[in-house]
Design a protein around this ligand. Structure first.
Ligand code: NAG
Ligand code: NAG
Ligand code: NAG
Ligand code: NAG
Ligand code: NAG
Ligand code: NAG
Ligand code: NAG
Length: 755
């Protein structure tokens, strides 16, 4: 409430101040005006006539008594008691006229006459202007005007015929004559005489007239004819109405220089200047300085003229700036010179062609064009790319995958679908130095995601429908598996022409390399080999009994066993995996797998069961035991399967000759023998004879307790010189171990396994 009141109060105070300010301004305007235009109680209008200062109506209103104008009946301004004022201007005023005349009767006797004299006091501001002429009208007359200082002028008129009188015309002696008068005439009188007392012309002209009047207003129009008694009156009235007397006026009898010395009654106010009267009798007038107009005898009477308001008062072509007493012309930006119509006008600032502006404009225009076009191009390209990506996404089974992911309950929350852009960034646009390995159906890149996770990104190499299915397959299976010995799948990208999978990055490469290249072989102790074998078996067992849907890996091989930094085995490459529904023991499918590891029965029948994985596992275990490659070349350069070689060696009691030396050195003999026995069982030609992987895992778990160091038994083969290429081919469709056909060829090089 208090606040409200305070605000209200402050409003009131503000209002009060504003009102006072307005009032003050208005009063100030009135007082200044009143003080200078007309004194209080004075008026400047009398009838039609404006009476400007220094003139004044009534005593005390004028500059001095000489400028007093009488306005007794409020209609006719008068000077003195009988001179009617018609108008007052800066230098002169016009008053009513008066005529001298003389009339004769037929015998030459003067029957009527009126001579004129006008007299202003020496102190009066008025004098008769040189704009007046002394005029004599008649047919037998002489008129004279006389004034101070022995001034006397005269002229005579005569007529030869009646026509001379009637027609009028030039005032050149025939019926009319005129004489100039001197300046500064303060008084005059007229006289008339006649040579023959009009006796010769009396029949048509009986009167003569002599008067002073404004020359410009008098036009000789002939004389009234005799016989009309009203002639004189008529003529008199006509002239009086049309031909005034012009008076000049000036202030005092001092020159400007003298007046300025006596500043106390100097009449000229600010923005005005003094002008000497040219009458020769002294006195001066005031005039507003150029650029000002108004009354120079009043304070602030001379006001600045806003020349810019009226095009006729300024000579600016474009921009007019009013300044006190004058104006400046200027030109708009980019133009120069005086800006005057009659001067040099406005000229473009750059008299030469404005190359800089021009080229700047062109440049900017061009850049804009380029930017615009590129923008258009890129946006179209981007749209296209988006379209293409959408297409690929669909073609790559994105919808299928989405559907599958969405219908699976649980276990997939960590899986996500990456965008192509994301992966491009993660792999530094698939740079060559990011390549981890080239696999059978794709290249594997090392990638760094935005959250700094290091991942392996597998980009498929070939696209065809079966591959896509395999891909989706892998994604779907892996998303369901969360096992420490299975390579984790983070997600996939289906927007590119070739789909990509994003895996956990496993740092130490694959088992194949470790066994056969022995580069980092120091860790490959028998115990580690055994542990890895156990890990693989356990993992496969897990897969085979996975939930309600067993998973067959189908491509178990050492190259698909990855090792992390703790040399823990991680099973990879589920590209060939296929889910087997519970009610089916096998699935008739395309034979997939890698030569050397392939279950011969599966190869022959195309019937896939879990036992195929058992066979392949047997080969990997044989590899671990012997350090030999799955396909070995003997001295005759003939290829043979490690599986067959291993089985025959066991059967022929040559086991210790084929075991890896280190294994032989470090292994417990019983353990080695039993393990070899296990391998042999796994490699049974008939799948019914093989154990399940679970049994294998349990067996290995049991054998683990038999660990011990065997220092003897230095049997074994020397490191073989098998050709690595033998492993680089997948199993051809048509024949086992033959040259591959290009379609199913899976070339592998590099140390990273194709997943
Ligand atoms: C200003 O003068 C005019 C007449 O000249 C008068 O009507 C008006 O009331 C005056 N205003 C003030 C504020 O004195
Ligand atoms: C004022 O002047 C007009 C013509 O200019 C005239 O008709 C009128 O009668 C005059 N009025 C007075 C009062 O003189
Ligand atoms: C006009 O009035 C003045 C005084 O105000 C007086 O002296 C003068 O005689 C008067 N003139 C006429 C023509 O009435
Ligand atoms: C003219 O005037 C004179 C003097 O008044 C007089 O004697 C004479 O008769 C007049 N002439 C005529 C024709 O009236
Ligand atoms: C004209 O008139 C005057 C005075 O009336 C007289 O003195 C003079 O003689 C006259 N002249 C003639 C030529 O009649
Ligand atoms: C000028 O006028 C004053 C009175 O206003 C007078 O006393 C003085 O003699 C005059 N001077 C001349 C040169 O006329
Ligand atoms: C007007 O022009 C003159 C010279 O041309 C200059 O000195 C003056 O500052 C100008 N005034 C304004 C208000 O532009």
């Amino acid at each position: 409430m208090e606040l409200k009141q305070m605000i209200l109060l402050s409003y009131q105070i503000a209002c009060f101040y504003v009102c006072v300010l307005i009032l003050t301004l208005a009063t100030a305007q009135n007082t200044t005006k009143g003080a200078n235009v007309i004194k209080p109680g004075c008026t400047n209008q009398c009838g039609n006539v404006t009476v400007p200062y220094p003139f004044g109506i009534g005593s005390g209103c004028a500059f001095d008594s000489g400028f007093e104008i009488h306005c007794n009946n409020s209609e006719k301004p008068l000077i003195g008691n009988h001179l009617t004022v018609y108008d007052i201007s800066d230098a002169e005023l016009r008053i009513s006229n008066v005529f001298g005349w003389r009339c004769y009767n037929s015998t030459g006797a003067v029957i009527n006459e009126d001579m004129v004299s006008r007299n202003f006091l020496e102190s009066s501001p008025y004098s008769f202007s040189a704009l007046n002429r002394f005029i004599v009208v008649g047919c037998d007359d002489y008129g004279a005007i006389s004034g101070p200082n022995n001034f006397e002028y005269g002229c005579s008129v005569s007529c030869t015929s009646r026509e001379d009188v009637m027609k009028g015309g030039e005032c050149m002696g025939k019926g009319c004559c005129q004489k100039q008068i001197p300046k500064g005439l303060k008084y005059y009188s007229t006289t008339m005489s006649s040579t023959r007392n009009h006796t010769d012309v009396w029949s048509f002209n009986s009167c003569g007239y002599a008067f002073l009047g404004e020359a410009d207003r008098f036009h000789f129009q002939g004389l009234p004819d005799l016989g009309d008694d009203l002639t004189v009156d008529y003529f008199y009235e006509r002239l009086k109405a049309t031909v005034p007397i012009v008076l000049e006026w000036a202030i005092g009898n001092l020159s400007c220089v003298q007046a300025l010395e006596r500043l106390d009654d100097y009449a000229c106010r600010e923005n005005s200047h003094c002008v000497d009267s040219d009458t020769g009798v002294g006195g001066y007038r005031c005039s507003c300085n150029t650029g000002y107009h108004g009354n120079p005898y009043l304070n602030q009477g001379c006001q600045d003229i806003d020349e810019c308001a009226d095009p006729s008062t300024n000579s600016c072509e474009r921009i007019c700036i009013n300044i006190p007493g004058s104006y400046n012309c200027s030109c708009p930006d980019g133009y120069t010179d005086d800006g005057k119509k009659d001067g040099r006008s406005c000229i473009a600032a750059y008299s030469e062609f404005p190359w800089i502006k021009f080229s700047l404009g062109i440049g900017i225009g061009f850049i804009s064009l380029v930017v615009g076009i590129s923008w258009l191009y890129f946006s179209i390209k981007k749209r296209k790319l988006i379209k293409v990506r959408e297409k690929f996404f669909q073609q790559n089974g994105g919808l299928l995958l989405k559907h599958r992911i969405s219908t699976k309950e649980g276990g997939v929350e960590a899986t996500r679908i990456f965008t192509a852009e994301e992966l491009k960034k993660a792999t530094n646009n698939y740079a060559n130095d990011r390549i981890l390995g080239r696999g059978g159906n794709g290249i594997v890149y090392r990638g760094v995601l935005r959250d700094t996770r290091i991942v392996a990104i597998k980009k498929s190499r070939i696209v065809d429908e079966s591959q896509i299915e395999q891909f989706i397959n892998e994604v779907v299976i892996l998303t369901q598996i969360n096992h420490r010995n299975v390579v984790r799948l983070f997600g996939c990208c289906l927007e590119d022409e070739v789909p990509s999978l994003v895996y956990e990055y496993v740092s130490e490469g694959n088992l194949y390399e470790h066994i056969h290249n022995q580069r980092e072989g120091s860790w490959l102790t028998w115990q580690n080999r055994f542990r890895i074998a156990a890990e693989i078996a356990t993992t496969l067992a897990y897969l085979h009994s996975f939930a309600s849907i067993p998973i067959i890996h189908r491509d178990v091989k050492s190259a698909n066993i990855l090792l992390d930094n703790a040399y823990t085995a991680k099973v990879a490459d589920f590209g060939a995996s296929k889910l087997i529904p519970l009610d089916q023991t096998h699935v008739v499918t395309l034979v997939l797998g890698t030569s050397g590891y392939l279950d011969p029965e599966y190869f022959q029948t195309s019937e896939l069961t879990e036992k195929s994985d058992v066979y392949s596992f047997g080969v990997v275990l044989a590899e671990l035991l012997t350090g030999l490659k799955p396909i070995i070349r003997d001295r005759n350069d003939e290829q043979k399967n490690l599986a067959d070689y291993f089985v025959s060696s066991v059967n022929n009691n040559h086991l210790f000759q084929i075991l890896d030396r280190r294994v032989l050195r470090e292994g417990n003999l019983e353990q080695l023998q039993k393990t070899a026995e296990l391998v042999k069982n796994c490699l049974q030609l008939h799948r019914e004879d093989r154990p399940t992987i679970k049994e294998v895992a349990i067996e290995l778990e049991g054998l683990r307790k038999l660990t011990g160091i065997s220092s003897s038994n230095q049997h074994g083969l020397g490191e073989n010189n098998q050709d690595e290429l033998s492993d680089l081919y997948t199993v051809p469709m048509s024949s086992y171990g033959n040259t591959p056909n290009s379609d199913s060829a899976r070339i592998m090089h590099g140390r990273y396994s194709p997943i």
